[in-house]
Ligand binder design. Structure first.
Ligand code: FAD
Length: 384
């Protein structure tokens, strides 16, 4: 067994880490969070690192990197604790490039992928609805065939960056007369279409991106924009499931980076903050907490990189993807809860980051499938 990263992978990690440290210092991350703003100039500079085409093959304009490369980038982008950076990145890579590459037909790949690799397009992912989240296949948004179009009506809920995206991949019902998983299709909806509107919702964390309610009011979508082409009509659920492992990996790798940020801050603070004439890290209660945090991080890292390895080796990894999502997202939340204790009263203050880590961590704990749903899927894979 080889746990060694290659020289190129170490270089990739160092490049992204250096970029994040230079462009996203903690003082600015706090400012962007407080202002609920995202700095477009930082994203423009990120594009110039060439990472937008990281998992897209060269024939479609990408650099044809491995899933492991992608995982390294996801982890490092989160290391500053800057929520929006990884979120915008994934709007290009996960909801754009990965969805189009794995689910699109040749025409769609040729049209969208080179633009995505240049970072010219943002995608949103419209699955959840007001009445169906975990039970996503119960979606009610309808798509009715009309000449050379489908007409979409319905509402999506909690859709990341749906107000900023150029396209929203949208799950809609194309056949009501079959069982719920069999009558769904995915559409590439141009967000400039008449009848499409996205309203950002107020939330408790993740202030540097947006989470939206999206209304489809007679939105006309050309048949050419059925994801996967005409033969993919009513196969939307199968296509969605085929991308779940990468989505779990992305969420888990981001969580790992954020958890590392919370750990690093906590360790440093425990060494610097004095009480009763000694650093608080000398108290066993605090040092054991940090020891447990280090163990949790190590376990999450093993799960995440093992999953990346399985994906690259093209081995079945559905169960491991649920495990990695569960372990890494819980790791981040637990890390943030402990950081709150270690920072004491300062943990609640906006000039420190513990409160932000805690607020943001709940998003990935829920988004992409709650812990209960991950456990259901793991249990099912065990034959239960
Ligand atoms: C900030 C944010 C961003 C998001 N971004 C997106 C996005 O870009 N695109 C998108 O499509 N969605 C997005 N989501 C939605 C997210 O994926 C859903 O919120 C999540 O899947 C849970 O669905 P729900 O909120 O409807 O909760 P529900 O499904 O109503 O669940 C409520 C509770 O019941 C539990 N529960 C439900 N069913 C079961 C079961 N079978 N067994 C055990 N427990 C169960 C859940 O675990 C949970 O604890 C986002 C959510 C948030 C908060």
């Amino acid at each position: 067994m080889d746990f060694q990263f290659s020289e190129q992978q170490e270089m990739l990690r160092a490049t992204v880490r250096e970029f994040v440290e230079r462009e996203c210092p903690k003082s600015l991350v706090r400012k962007w969070d407080e202002e609920h703003s995202f700095p477009p100039q930082v994203f423009e500079k990120l594009k110039s690192l060439g990472v937008m085409g990281i998992i897209t093959p060269a024939e479609y304009g990408g650099t044809g990197g491995s899933i492991l490369d992608y995982t390294i980038v996801c982890e490092e982008l989160s290391r500053s604790g800057f929520w929006g950076l990884a979120s915008y990145f994934n709007a290009v890579i996960m909801y754009g490039a990965d969805m189009i590459y794995h689910c699109g037909n040749e025409e769609q790949k040729r049209y969208f992928l080179p633009r995505l690799c240049r970072g010219e397009l943002l995608f949103a992912y419209g699955i959840t609805e007001p009445d169906s989240g975990s039970d996503a296949a119960a979606a009610r948004t309808s798509a009715v065939e009309q000449g050379d179009h489908y007409v979409l009506n319905g509402t999506k809920m909690f859709i990341t960056l749906a107000d900023k995206a150029d396209y929203t991949i949208t799950l809609a019902r194309t056949n009501k007369d079959v069982s719920k998983h069999k009558g769904l299709s995915l559409f590439i909806v141009d967000t400039k279409s008449d009848g499409y509107s996205a309203r950002p919702l107020k939330k408790m964390g993740g202030f540097t991106d947006t989470t939206c309610e999206v209304v489809f009011d007679n939105v006309k979508v050309p048949k050419a924009n059925v994801l996967g082409g005409p033969e993919a009509v009513n196969r939307g659920w199968q296509l969605l499931i085929s991308t779940l492992e990468t989505e779990h990996l992305e969420v888990a790798a981001n969580s790992l980076g954020y958890a590392q940020a919370a750990f690093d801050d906590s360790l440093q603070y425990a060494k610097e903050r004095n009480a009763f004439d000694q650093p608080i890290g000398k108290f066993q209660a605090i040092s054991h907490m940090l020891a447990e945090m280090a163990v949790d991080l190590h376990l999450a890292r093993l799960c995440v990189y093992h999953l990346a390895w399985l994906r690259d080796a093209d081995k079945p990894c559905y169960r491991e993807s649920c495990m990695a999502k569960l372990v890494a997202t819980e790791c981040w939340t637990n890390m943030a809860h402990r950081a709150m204790q270690i920072f004491g009263g300062y943990s609640l203050m906006y000039e420190y980051d513990a409160q932000r880590y805690l607020r943001d961590s709940y998003i990935l704990l829920i988004g992409g499938g709650t812990r209960q749903i991950q456990k259901n899927m793991i249990a099912k894979s065990l034959g239960l």
